[in-house]
Write a new protein. Structure first.
Ligand SMILES: [Zn+2]
Length: 90
């Protein structure tokens, strides 16, 4: 296998891939690190997802997980309704 394959495998290994049911089946691809600032965020995703689906406010959960920068918060917010809720001015 050449270097391109190696890079592709490294890229895939640095993603968390999750499927969950939220009215419909959705596949989430969460990077291990924030693309912008490099903060490690992948391991926080499961807790975020569980708490939001459990009815907690997404903004509050992000705050409590220590995700203060929008660049990191954005990585979690793939649903339009959540993006509207967290980033109303973006
Ligand atoms: Zn970030």
């Amino acid at each position: 296998m050449g270097p391109l394959y190696h890079h592709l495998q490294t890229f895939i290994n640095n993603l968390f891939i999750r499927g969950f049911h939220n009215g419909r089946l959705t596949i989430m691809i969460i990077p291990v690190r924030c693309f912008t600032c490099g903060k490690v965020i992948g391991q926080l995703y499961d807790e975020f997802n569980l708490r939001v689906q459990g009815g907690e406010d997404a903004k509050k959960v992000l705050d409590e997980l220590g995700l203060e920068r929008y660049c990191c918060r954005r990585m979690f917010l793939t649903h339009v309704d959540l993006i509207d809720q967290i980033m109303p001015y973006s």
